[in-house]
Write a protein that binds this ligand. Sequence first.
Ligand code: 0JX
Ligand code: SF4
Length: 324
Amino acid sequence: MPVAGPKRVILAAPRGYCAGVDRAVIAVEKALERYGAPVYVRKQIVHNTHVVSELEALGAIFVEEVDEVPLGSHVVFSAHGVSPAVVSAASDRGLQAIDATCPLVTKVHREAVRFARDDFEILLIGHDGHEEVEGTAGEAPEHVTVVNSPEHADTVEVRDPEKVVWLSQTTLSVDETMETVRRLRIRFPHLQDPPSDDICYATQNRQVAIKKVATGADLVIVVGSANSSNSVRLVEVALEHGAKAAYRVDYADEVKQEWLDGVETVGITSGASVPEVLVQQVLEDLAGAGYRDIEEVRTAEEDLIFSLPKELREGRGTGGRASA
Ligand code: 0JX
Ligand code: SF4
């Protein structure tokens, strides 16, 4: 009978909050401080169950659309961004909008506007129905076609193959996106690249870190919510890079006892919308199961901080907290 080796944990770094999430969460907290509860938020401010319930406890009310917000109230737009149609609908209701769209998402919006103005057809690689994709596509609906997957690249049609550019959602798998682009380029050799990476630094850094950790892991646990694109991608990336098993959990109590059967090395990471406290709870539970030896593997340093949305800057500090 095989004897189990020493139990240990490898913690991926960077993990957890990115600069855009930190800023968006602080924006809701500041809006509550400044205007008092309730403050309305269109969609989940970030895709994390815990963050949303903590903000609800402080007096935030999350709605699906701005027509649910009482006339004249404050409404925060989520980190994932909104289309111009949503901005107009909020203004038509006399809402005081606070735009917590991540500046790196806004950058992709600007690219879409610019390429549409130059009459390009934009192939937007991303997940249909994801809020960020809806927001970016909404900048130039006549010019944008969403490409969902590498397979979709084999069938998507364009008007003029000479004038096509690809852009992407910020939170995709880098490798899968490159595969989609490779297939698109076979069909459209004149396909233009975006002026700079649309998949953001945080998404890329978390994928690089988990690749390194997954290689030696019997099990990878990704802390993050089911609707968090970047968190779900981390599970896929871990499985593609050597993890024998990988699961996503919102909370520590979702880790199943049987996942640990025969496991020596557990890799841990968390998505860009995940507070570090949730990772620490997983580590505590694992320590209770004998996994007390923790090593952090860091593949990049992050020190980016975005200033708060302009609506909250006046007379206030402009910086966010340092990202976890
Ligand atoms: O579902 P996503 O990964 O795009 O969003 P989440 O989990 O809220 O992550 C942070 C916000 C990302 C915006 O680009
Ligand atoms: Fe911004 Fe990237 Fe974070 Fe999205 S994941 S909020 S694009 S920094």
